[in-house]
Design a protein around this ligand. Structure first.
Ligand code: HEM
Length: 474
């Protein structure tokens, strides 16, 4: 376990291992029986509890949920999200949750999502993959998927396609602004609060970058909201028109709902909601797809099995229920990818009152509890001796159905009342992309590259994932 030095606490050990923090946490958490207390330098009075014990997760996320809000520190660091669901607690969160549950589960919205994802695969993904395969050039698959999810996300949220997925690989200011925002939010987690707040006050360095990115995103989203409001007025009568079923339209049409517990928020509410959904969905999906194809390049037999599963069915994405029941192996391979490479590798909560966790650890008031999902997927005591092997079969029952694991064990989509609301949406989009590629192309990883996760809010690959693409003979 890390040595707790006088004055500096465990800080030197963390600094020494910062580049391999996920692997380091795997080692520490294994040795410490899944929970340990990190002691910071004495002057910071920092003490955080790091745990991946499923019983503790169940306790914090569900049983004693009221004692563990996101907390003011989280709100400060993610202030760009405004009062959106990610950043909200208590009544405001309840209000958002009810609305988001209704709209994200809306049948019209789900049909729209499938239709637009298929269209993006056909008009964006396939032409780009054909282009790189014809020219025989390398492509960074991580970048390609980020473009796919940005375009699809904008279309699904606001019915606006910025077309960043095209053969000339354009730089898009709003997509770049999202990258910058994520980079600075991560920075805010690693430097002392007083340091980044001082930088913000001076408007220098990363904080200056953050401010500019915030402005770019605001301008983009507010423009789309204004255009959408005009669109709705002009198309008011066309209820069945697909233009009317993006998320923004559904929210705007229910204008009564914009009267939130903190007052009428109008376009500000819409802006917070759209931005939160961007942050929630864009990277998690593209990162999972990148790791998925990275793993398939290591396990070609898994790719063959998925291809066989796809060849044996009639593909009809409009019948999502049917597709889910038939694509069991593909589903298992995606779950297994996220077990080993969870796109959101860290989760955190802050305690209100003191508490005792099922593991026996004492929680003090206002204590930060940190969960590392990367380490969690690689624990023998949770997943068995074969935890480091990639086995889609782990997710299939003897009867050939999808096997469900409790969310406090498979914590990738969060657990308890704040469970991810985009899980089904994410799976359907990932399945459409995976099926489109596996059926039409062979992806070959470029040999001379080291693919490792970086240390950030999301589990990106440090230098992307370079591949060559070959069209399958028809
Ligand atoms: C592979 C894809 C995804 C993964 C792994 C994932 C994972 C997560 C996780 C870990 C959280 C908890 C975050 C926190 O509380 O700090 C979360 C929350 C959430 N996710 Fe996802 N997510 C994915 C895709 C999506 C998509 C596509 C959407 C919809 C646009 C979405 C919507 C949400 C929302 C609204 C919440 C907030 C729930 C709440 O606080 O009550 N997610 N997700």
């Amino acid at each position: 376990l890390p040595t707790n030095w006088p004055l500096v606490g465990m800080f030197p050990e963390i600094l020494k291992n910062v580049d391999r923090i996920h692997l380091y946490l795997v080692e520490i958490l294994e040795k410490s029986d899944l929970t340990f207390i990190f002691e910071g330098p004495w002057f910071t009075k920092m003490q955080l509890l790091v745990t991946i014990d499923p019983a503790n997760i169940h306790h914090v996320m569900s049983k004693n949920f009221q004692n563990y809000p996101k907390g003011s520190k989280f709100n400060e660091r993610f202030d760009v999200l405004g009062d959106g669901i990610f950043n909200a607690d208590f009544v405001v969160w309840q209000y958002h949750r009810k609305m988001a549950q209704f709209f994200l589960g809306h049948p019209k919205f789900n049909n729209f999502l499938v239709k637009k994802t298929l269209k993006k695969a056909e008009n964006g993904l396939i032409p780009v993959l054909d282009h790189v395969s014809t020219l025989g050039i390398q492509v960074n698959l991580q970048d390609l998927f980020a473009r796919f999810t940005f375009d699809a996300g904008c279309t699904i949220m606001m019915d606006h396609d910025p077309n960043t997925l095209s053969v000339d690989f354009p730089v898009n200011p709003s997509s770049k602004a999202l990258d910058d925002i994520e980079e600075v939010i991560f920075h805010r987690h690693v430097v002392p609060t007083c340091v980044w707040k001082f930088q913000r006050w001076l408007n220098v360095g990363k904080e200056n970058k953050y401010k500019k990115a915030w402005k770019t995103l605001d301008s983009f989203i507010y423009k789309c909201i204004t255009a959408k409001r005009e669109d709705i007025i002009n198309n008011n009568q066309k209820e069945d028109n697909e233009v009317c079923t993006d998320l923004l339209t559904l929210y705007i049409k229910d204008d009564e709902n914009l009267k939130t517990p903190i007052g009428y928020q109008g376009d500000k509410f819409l802006r917070d909601t759209v931005l939160t959904n961007f942050i929630a969905g864009r990277d998690a999906i593209s990162i999972t797809l990148s790791w998925f194809f990275y793993i398939l390049s290591k396990y070609p037999e898994v790719a063959s099995k998925i291809k066989k599963e796809l060849d044996n069915i009639v593909i009809d994405w409009t019948n999502v229920k049917e597709m889910n029941s038939k694509l069991v192996y593909l589903h298992g391979a995606l779950c297994e990818t996220m077990r080993l490479y969870p796109p959101i590798a860290f989760e955190a909560k802050t305690s209100i009152a003191s508490d005792i966790l099922p593991s026996g650890h004492q929680v003090n008031p206002n204590m930060l509890i940190v969960f590392n999902l990367y380490a969690m997927g690689r624990m023998k005591s949770i997943w068995g001796d074969d935890c480091n092997e990639f086995k889609p079969e782990r997710w299939i029952t003897k009867q050939g159905n999808i096997k469900h694991e409790p969310s406090y064990k498979y914590f990738v989509f969060n657990a308890g009342p704040r469970t991810c609301l985009g899980r089904d949406m994410a799976f359907i989009q990932m399945k459409i992309v995976a099926a489109t590629i596996i059926q039409n192309y062979v992806i070959e990883a470029v040999q001379e590259q080291r693919v490792v996760p970086n240390v950030s809010i999301f589990l990106h690959m440090n230098n992307g994932f370079k591949v060559r693409v070959f069209r399958r003979p028809s």
